[in-house]
Ligand binder design. Sequence first.
Ligand code: ZN
Length: 415
Amino acid sequence: MPEIAFSVDQSRSMADQNVPGHNRWHPDIPAAASVRPGAEFRMECREWTDGQIGNNDSANDVRDVDLTKAHMLSGPIAIEGAEPGDLLVVDILDLGPVPQESGVAPGQGWGYTGIFARENGGGFLVEQFPDAYKAIWDFHGQQATSRHIPGVRFTGITHPGLMGTAPSAELLAKWNARERALIAKDPQRIPPLALPPEPSNVLAGTLSGSALAAVAAEGARTVPARENGGNHDIKNLTRGSRIYYPVHVAGALLSGGDLHFSQGDGEITFCGAIEMGGFMDLGVDLIKGGMETYGVTTNPIFEPGNVEPRYSEFLTFVGISVDHENNSNAYLDATLAYQRACLNAIAYLSKFGYSPEQVYLLLGAAPVEGRISGVVDIPNACCSLYIPTAIFDFDIRPSQSGPAVKEYASCARTS
Ligand code: ZN
């Protein structure tokens, strides 16, 4: 096991760790540790809400979650000699839930998937699913099952939802300007178009006083992906991946967290992955001046890992950029097309006895493949959703005899 560069005691909040992590992006958040290029180290992580969600049968905690605490990131780790313009090479050597522990914190033998309520986050299908729901998943080695979604079992493709380098002051100012301009287009919208800096529950490592106040006033929220990496939620960024991050500040200041035991493409329920705390073993190196040399300036590039579940047979659902309820057409709208593919899958799998919410949760968590299939055939974009048939303990394919309908226990609901 490599040396622990960032340690977490899962019985304590991130704010109460020996060296706390952070939940905003800002160049002034001090490094928690420093390593040399070529180093390998372990980063331990809290689950992204800092343990607000419980292993129980109520979705009230998902409905009421305090999102100003998110995402709880470990780091930053300074890489000696890194300068703006370099590429930071990050190898994901290993990754998993909290080893050898069972307990109340997500990642201690279990994880969860949540559908977020419209008033608190929302999800990809918020129009059809405005309320909060939850599924708890139990880990069996590399596989997951859920008492809230019986009849399925699958191998997880573990990955960090979120990892990135610190922004420079100039880059942070650009983010805040463009996101404020977007919010101004419809400031009252629920869910909001974007999230501005939010002073409550700001955590910035060991900073306090006026330095902490500056992070509270300017620090970027961690929800989106941006030029530093950030919340990509790319399920294939798994063990064995090598990522090349743009470096914007001296030392690069690498942070990460939001570990996922598994996730479907799109992470559609917002909290759609199987969320957990755990650990990442990382290796780092530098390509000096690599941003200019390779033209990698606005986003990272990466080589996907080669450790992932092997599913070879799928049932695929197609969606097009049409609102079928109102018979209206959007122009090459891939977002709408993927929503329709998901809704088609939900309508189909509900015929087997699942509630629509159970299928929605499953599509967020299971290793389903989302594809942008066509974006040129006017007026309809076409997206497709590939569901591995082997994750079900029954046959989901259409047949003359019809679906084998069962009665399933419910997912967790609000009261
Ligand atoms: Zn996540």
